[in-house]
Design a protein around this ligand. Structure first.
Ligand SMILES: [Zn+2]
Length: 266
């Protein structure tokens, strides 16, 4: 056998071993944080890629229920981490970035129908603009069990911004929400998923407890609470199968300890 053949055979065995290990060893016990944007029947073309149509969203929620998942908020996760709350057997967190108006008109009724919780991250300078949530809707959503988080004031990536502006984006967006009747804002979502090593400390100084990235993976109490990983759920092109594969990908990435730092334009 030539050296090349031996090498290829070895590689095949290695790949087979990895595949068997992924398939047969128990999947990691981690909490998925799903990353959505819009749930609406019709959206403009720019938003299409981030929109999950209501029918497909319902199929996803049906699947999560069948799998025994119970939705929790980011604050529930932090309470449980500090031993102040018991988590359900299979917790999952649903998050929605940017604060689109359809989160109120289309998403909220579906969540209520399923008895599920969610966290909505709003861009405070967009509040009340066409296509975005207004203050009344935000307060009503909060009264109906939705957790509101900050996605900064202007949605500019925080990386590469000077420290004074970073502070404004992080601090003023939180204050504005709280001044307008939103409960203490504990949770934050990095615009475009862009973060650097200094940002967790800045968020902690500004009394945030958690932040979500766009990095793929699941979360445990050992995960840095300011670098929570998510499972991105864009417009599905392959139906429910794609949703299942995206959840599986996060499990596999967690298991293989692959850290995929993604920056997306959302
Ligand atoms: Zn965003």
């Amino acid at each position: 056998m030539s050296r090349l053949k031996k090498w290829l055979l070895g590689l095949c065995f290695l790949l087979l071993a990895v595949a068997l290990w992924v398939v047969f060893s128990p999947m990691p016990q981690g909490i998925p944080v799903l990353e959505y944007h819009e749930v609406a029947e019709s959206v403009d073309e720019d938003a299409y890629v981030y929109n999950v149509p209501p029918e497909e969203f319902r199929q996803q929620l049906d699947y999560l229920q069948q799998q025994g998942y119970t939705t929790i908020s980011m604050l529930d996760f932090m309470k449980a981490k500090r031993g102040k709350m018991e988590l359900p057997a299979k917790p999952i967190i649903l998050t929605f970035d940017d604060g689109y108006e359809d989160n109120y008109t289309d998403l909220l009724p579906i969540l209520e129908e399923y008895g599920m919780k969610a966290t909505v991250y709003v861009i405070t300078n967009e509040i009340g603009q066409p296509g975005y949530l207004n203050w009344e809707q935000l307060r009503d959503m909060q009264d109906r069990g939705i957790e509101i988080g900050s996605h900064t004031a202007n949605h500019d990536p925080l990386t590469g911004m000077d420290a004074a502006r970073q502070l404004d984006e992080v601090h003023l967006s939180k204050l504005l929400l709280e001044w307008n009747g939103i409960y203490t804002v504990y949770t934050f979502s990095y615009p475009n998923g862009a973060y650097d090593a200094s940002l967790p400390a800045l968020l902690a100084q500004n009394e945030y407890l958690t932040a979500v990235t766009g990095d793929a993976g699941l979360n445990t109490f050992e995960t840095d609470p300011y670098l929570m990983q998510r499972v991105n759920i864009p417009h599905p092109r392959f139906g429910l199968l794609e949703f299942k594969l995206r959840l599986l990908k996060a499990e596999v990435f967690t298991k293989l300890r692959i850290h995929q730092h993604l920056e997306n334009p959302s």
